[in-house]
Structure formats: structure tokens, C-alpha cells
Design a binder for this molecule. Structure first.
Ligand code: HEC
Length: 185
């Protein structure tokens, strides 16, 4: 019959053995996990467009999204190619001049409009109302690429259009939603 002192010794020995087996592995895992790249999880925050190489000579981060690229692509963008992308917007927006706003503001004449000021739309977020400034092409590119990154607190629950060419076609199309389309950049 084992007395409790012997039992304690046996349990202790088993725990020590387990520690010997698992501790090195845990330490290796911890070290490995510490060496992931800058984007280990969560969503990516915008990086400065000209990401400088790290001081220690490590290669610069991969090119981040740059709204200026989309704006430059507008010159050759094809509004007629935007219908597939714009279908996603139609779940919440209308593009008809005379139509009332839906779950999102009517997008007629949105280029050049002051952020968050469509008169018949009452659902703007505080973030949008406080944003100030007009919807120029660069703002549209940044917002539509990643709504919640460009405008934290936005009520537009939409992941964004990631492909810069699709984005340029889409914005070229939005521009046509007007009696007097704004000049291209
Ligand atoms: C799930 C619904 C939803 C979808 C899908 C959606 N939007 Fe929106 N959109 C909104 C809402 C809600 C707002 C108001 C956001 C706020 O005030 O923060 C908004 C705001 C906007 C604005 C600002 C307009 C203004 O009057 O200031 C633009 C531009 C816009 N959306 C374009 C688009 C485009 C283009 C797409 C498709 C690629 C799209 N949205 C997809 C709901 C949506």
C-alpha cells in the first residue's frame, strides 16, 4: 500500500517528466511566434504609401494601397465595366437621380458633394457628419477600398473593393451619376 508521502513523490516525478517533455517545445513555439511578420492577425492598417526600408536594412513592407494610384488610373478606367461591382452597392444605395435614399444615401451627384450631406438621408454616422470636406476622387478611393479604415465608426458595413482596377472603374462610373460630371483628374 502506498502512503501519501510516496504518492506525492510519484506525482511529483510524473509532473517533472511532463515538464521536461513539454517545456522545450513551449519555449520553441513561443520563440517562433515572436518572429511573425508585421501583419500577424486582425486587419491591416493603412501604411504610409512610400514605406521606407527599415533602419536595420530589412526589406520594405510590400506596397500598401495607394489612393493616388486609383486616381491616376481614372484616365483609362472603364465605367461600363463597373456594373458587377456596383451591384453590391445597390443592396443599400440607389443611383437614380429622383429616387429616395435607401439604407445608404442616394449616390447621384456624389462626386464633389460634401461628406455626409445628402439631404434626404438621416442615417449618417457621427464620424461621417464630422468628416468635413468634399468627396474628391482620392477620398472615394480610400473609403471604398476600406470603409472602416478610412472612416472608423462608419455605418457603411461593407468590406471594400480591394482591386485597384475595379475601384477605378467603379469611381469612373460614380462620376457619371450626374447631369454635369466633374472633370477627370
Ligand atoms: C450594407 C449597406 C451598404 C453597402 C453594401 C454599401 N454602402 Fe455605401 N453607405 C452605406 C451607409 C449606411 C452609408 C453612410 C455611412 C456613414 O454615414 O458612416 C454609406 C455611405 C456611402 C458614401 C458616402 C455618401 C455621402 O453622402 O457622403 C458613398 C460614396 C458610398 N456609400 C458608396 C458606396 C459604394 C460605391 C458601394 C459599393 C461598392 C457601397 N457604398 C456599398 C451603406 C452601404
Amino acid at each position: 500500500m502506498l502512503d501519501s508521502f510516496e504518492l506525492t513523490k510519484i506525482v511529483g516525478a510524473v509532473l517533472a517528466a511532463l515538464l521536461l517533455i513539454f517545456a522545450p517545445k513551449t519555449i520553441i513555439d513561443l520563440t517562433r511566434h515572436g518572429h511573425h511578420g508585421p501583419v500577424a492577425g486582425g486587419y491591416k492598417l493603412p501604411e504610409p504609401s512610400a514605406a521606407p526600408a527599415a533602419a536595420d536594412g530589412a526589406p520594405a513592407a510590400p506596397a500598401a494601397f495607394d489612393p493616388a494610384q486609383v486616381v491616376a488610373a481614372l484616365a483609362t478606367a472603364k465605367p461600363e465595366n463597373a456594373s458587377g461591382t456596383f451591384k453590391k452597392c445597390l443592396a443599400c444605395h440607389t443611383a437614380d437621380k429622383a429616387a429616395a435614399s435607401k439604407a445608404g444615401p442616394n449616390l447621384w451627384d456624389v462626386v464633389g458633394r460634401t461628406h455626409g450631406t445628402r439631404a434626404d438621408f438621416t442615417g449618417y454616422s457621427d464620424a461621417m457628419k464630422k468628416k468635413g470636406g468634399d468627396w474628391n476622387y482620392a477620398d472615394l478611393a480610400a473609403f471604398l477600398h476600406s470603409p472602416k479604415v478610412w472612416l472608423p465608426g462608419t455605418k457603411m458595413i461593407f468590406a471594400g473593393v480591394s482591386d485597384p482596377a475595379d475601384l477605378a472603374d467603379l469611381i469612373a462610373y460614380l462620376r457619371t451619376l450626374s447631369d454635369n460630371p466633374k472633370p477627370l483628374p
